[in-house]
Ligand binder design. Structure first.
Ligand SMILES: N[C@@H](CCC(=O)N[C@@H](CS)C(=O)NCC(=O)O)C(=O)O
Length: 227
C-alpha cells in the first residue's frame, strides 16, 4: 500500500465502486484502488473500519467516507460534475436517489451456487414485467425525456451519468452469467446514451487503455454497436 491521500476499498469489480473510481480520476486526485478480498472485508468489518459494515469505503485526508452515493457526491464537487444551478443539482440528486431501488437488479442471485439455476433466475429478471425489464424500461423512458442527452437533462455530464452509465452497462460485461448484452437491443435510448457517455472525452480517455480481459470493455465507445 502507498501513502496516497485517497484510497478506495472495494471488490476488484466495477460494481458500486466504479462511478467513484471515474470521479477520482476526473478530479485528478492522487488515489489508490484497493481491491479487497473476503478476508480483508471480514477484517475491516470486524475491526470497525467500515462505518456501516459495507464497501465501498473511501479513505480521505479528512477521514473515512462510506455509502457509494455519498462518496460520489463528495467527489463530484471535486471534479466539477455537480451543476451550479440549484434546480439542476437537485435533479441530479433526484436521479441518484431515484435509481437506488433499481441498482440491485441482480441482488439475491450472487449466492445461487448452481450455475444453471443462477442463469434461470437471472434470465427471468429480464422477462416482460420482471424487475430488470421494469428498471431498464424506466431508464429508457427517462432518457426519452432528456433534451440534452444527459440523464438528468443537465447541460453537461454529471455524477448521475457516472452512476447510471457504470451501473447499467456494468451488468452486461459477461461477468454475470444469464445476463446477455443482447438484452440491450430492446432499449435504443440506452444504447444511444451509452454512445454519448462513452464518447465524452474524459470518459473515453479514462477507459482508453484497458488490460486484456478487462470487464470494463462495456464502457468503451462502440461496445454495443453490434447489437
Ligand atoms: N448502500 C450501500 C450498499 C453497499 C453494499 O451493498 N455493499 C456490498 C458490496 S457491493 C457489501 O458490502 N456487502 C457486504 C455485506 O452486506 O456484508 C452503498 O451504496 O454503498
Amino acid at each position: 500500500m502507498t501513502s496516497k491521500p485517497y484510497k478506495l476499498y472495494y471488490w476488484p469489480i466495477p460494481g458500486l465502486g466504479e462511478a467513484s473510481r471515474v470521479a477520482l480520476t476526473l478530479a485528478k486526485l492522487e488515489w489508490e484502488d484497493i481491491a479487497i478480498d473476503g478476508k480483508m472485508f471480514a477484517d475491516m468489518k470486524g475491526d470497525g473500519t467500515l462505518p456501516w459494515g459495507m464497501v465501498p469505503l473511501l479513505q480521505t485526508p479528512d477521514g473515512p467516507l462510506a455509502e457509494s452515493i455519498a462518496i460520489l457526491r463528495y467527489l463530484g464537487n471535486m471534479c466539477g460534475l455537480i451543476p451550479d444551478d440549484p434546480f439542476s443539482a437537485a435533479k441530479v440528486d433526484e436521479f441518484l436517489d431515484g435509481i437506488a431501488p433499481h441498482s440491485g437488479i441482480l441482488d439475491g442471485t450472487f449466492s445461487i451456487d448452481d450455475v444453471e439455476e443462477r442463469i434461470r433466475v437471472r434470465t427471468a429478471l429480464f422477462e416482460p414485467e420482471a424487475k430488470g425489464t421494469k428498471s431498464l424500461t424506466l431508464l429508457e423512458e427517462k432518457l426519452s425525456q432528456s433534451s440534452t442527452g444527459w440523464v438528468a437533462n443537465t447541460p453537461a455530464m454529471n455524477i448521475a451519468d457516472l452512476k447510471i452509465f457504470t451501473h447499467v452497462f456494468g451488468m452486461f460485461s459477461g461477468n454475470f452469467d444469464g445476463v446477455d448484452k443482447s438484452i440491450l437491443s430492446d432499449y435504443p435510448n440506452l444504447v444511444k446514451y451509452h454512445d454519448l457517455v462513452a464518447n465524452e472525452p474524459r470518459i473515453k480517455d479514462h477507459y482508453a487503455n484497458l488490460p486484456e480481459g478487462s470487464l470494463r470493455w462495456t464502457y468503451q465507445p462502440g461496445a454495443f454497436s453490434s447489437l
